[in-house]
Design a protein around this ligand. Structure first.
Ligand code: ADP
Length: 531
């Protein structure tokens, strides 16, 4: 069935219609053959009727001649027998393997058969002479043909007796009796012939009807089977494609149409499968992209929310931080104004406080400016050769009084110089930030600063024994505005360590913290040195 399934739909239809046409043509040919054969049988029977009428007429003429003695009656006898003679010759000719159609036409014409009937008779004789019914009829015909010469000899004797011995009644009677016997014999053969042919024609009729019936059954059965098969296959394929299309339209890309043939339906099914697969791919790509975008949007939203919160917090801290020194500065300036007018001695002290607050304010503003510079990539470094140990000593000296005020004792260890190419001011800013933080968060406990040199790397260690930092905060504190203490507790904007790390990394170094809450923190800064 596979080659049939793989045929195109158009070819299948051609095959179905073509087969039906061929079978109908066969049926028509069978019908034509049947009609011709039956017509030949009819002509054969007609010929026999002529034969038997001529024979009867001949016998009548002979008997009349016996009574009248008229020669014309005898001539009639001879003339009537020309018909059986013609048929006899035709039969002999037809029995030859290479018979002459022309001669047969001439002989049957003599036998009185219509020219149009002769060819069907020839066909019948040649084709079916070995079929039992026809073979028997021909045999009877042959036997009758054998009787005719006997009749002729008897007639000649009759002629002689009528002519030469008209008074020999006994001889006359014997001859009449012989003619009667011959006539009876021929009549019996003729009825046998008719009966045999009749039987043969009925048999043939039945046979042809059976053949026709079988041909019709075959045609109908075959065409019906082909039609049902083809239409079922087409409608099944279309149903499957339809179902799939409905599923794809509703977004269900699962499963594919089974490819049952290589015809138009099979090709359509394959293309629908490919289309569905392409749609499924782009659909899942789209879905993935939508999910990606949604996640990205959520992340951006979260970032934006965090940035807004950080900004709000920063502004709250910044305004708080800036207001404190400003209020103090404002108060000191008011007092200074009053003291100056009254000439008090405390002017110097007030000026000291004012300067300290103004410095703090400047520091805060500097921090903010540094952040802006870092963000814009404009943190400029002016390198020069300097000694880290010396810079640390200077800063400790500078901030000593502040540490003292906070109650922290600062110990310093710089066993050897650590010379490198640094931006002096920025490295000072780093040391200051770390030391101020140790003072701020050191809870008045001892602070240790140490400079170590190992090959081309110098390490500054700033360790305190203060409040320490929770592990989860230790990475965050190096980010902008990130603090590990609540805003109002200890002052600060959360920018010092961010700026510190940016400066150190710009110098090619790194900064790390190790800390334990309640036990203090140790910051280690590594910087490249000159060899
Ligand atoms: P701030 O202005 O708040 O001091 P920093 O960037 O210098 O900003 O420090 C960030 C945060 O890191 C501080 O708010 C503090 O919580 C924590 N921190 C910094 N140094 C220390 C330290 N030595 N001991 C404990 N916590 C510290």
């Amino acid at each position: 069935m596979k080659p049939w399934r793989d045929l195109s739909v158009a070819s299948k239809l051609y095959v179905v219609v073509g087969t039906m046409a061929v079978l109908i043509a066969c049926e028509l040919m069978t019908l034509r053959f049947a009609m011709n054969t039956l017509s030949a049988v009819r002509a054969f029977v007609g010929g026999e009727a002529l034969w038997s009428k001529a024979q009867k007429d001949a016998v009548q003429s002979l008997l009349r001649y016996n009574i009248t003695g008229d020669e014309r009656d005898y001539e009639d006898f001879t003339a009537h027998l020309l018909i059986p003679d013609g048929d006899h010759l035709a039969r002999l000719e037809l029995s030859k393997p290479d018979f002459s159609r022309e001669l047969v036409h001439r002989y049957f014409g003599q036998g009185g058969i219509h020219d149009a009937d002769i060819d069907p008779i020839i066909a019948l004789f040649r084709r079916f002479h070995s079929i039992p019914h026809l073979a028997r009829a021909i045999e009877i015909w042959r036997q009758a043909d054998e009787v005719i010469p006997v009749l002729k000899t008897t007639a000649e004797e009759f002629h002689y007796v009528v002519h030469s011995m008209p008074s020999d009644k006994k001889r006359h009677a014997a001859l009449i009796e012989r003619v009667q016997r011959l006539n009876n014999r021929l009549t019996s053969l003729e009825s046998d012939f008719s009966a045999t042919l009749g039987e043969g024609s009925r048999w043939l009729e039945r046979l042809l009807m059976l053949v026709l019936f079988c041909a019709v059954l075959l045609i109908e059965g075959f065409s019906l089977t082909l039609t049902v098969l083809t239409s079922r296959q087409i409608s099944r394929g279309l149903d499957e494609i339809n179902e799939k299309a409905v599923r794809v339209a509703s977004g269900d890309f699962r499963g594919s149409i089974p490819i049952r043939s290589r015809d138009e339906i099979g090709r359509l099914a394959r293309e629908v499968n490919q289309m569905s697969e392409a749609l499924r791919k782009s659909h899942s790509e789209l879905e993935a992209r939508v999910q990606e975008r949604t996640a990205e949007n959520a992340r951006l939203l979260e970032e934006a929310r965090a940035a807004l919160q950080a900004r709000d917090e920063f502004f709250s801290i910044a305004s708080h931080e800036l207001r404190t020194p400003l209020t103090s500065l404002f108060l000191q300036l008011q007092l200074l104004d009053r003291e100056l007018s009254s000439g008090s001695e405390r002017v110097g002290k007030m000026l000291g406080i004012s300067l300290q607050q103004a410095r703090r304010l400047t520091g805060l503003i500097e921090e903010l400016l540094d952040v802006t510079r870092i963000r814009l990539g404009k943190l400029e470094l002016h390198y020069e050769t300097c000694d880290l140990s010396q810079l640390v000593q200077e800063t400790v000296t500078l901030l000593g009084p502040e540490a003292e005020r906070a109650g922290s004792r600062v110990s310093l260890s710089t066993p050897e110089p650590a010379v490198g190419r640094f931006d002096r001011n920025r490295i000072n800013q780093v040391i200051t930030n770390l030391l101020i933080n140790a003072i701020k968060y050191g809870e008045g406990k001892p602070i240790e600063l140490r400079v170590e040199v190992a090959g081309a790397r110098g390490t500054l260690i700033v360790a305190d024994l203060g409040m320490g930092i929770a592990p989860e905060q230790q990475q965050r504190i190096f980010e902008r505005f990130e603090r590990a203490v609540s805003g109002t507790n200890i002052s600060g904007l959360g920018l010092g360590l961010y700026i510190t790390r940016q400066i150190i990394e710009a110098h090619g170094g790194s900064i790390h913290v190790s800390s334990e809450p309640g036990r203090g923190s140790t910051f280690r800064v590594e910087l490249p040195l000159q060899k």
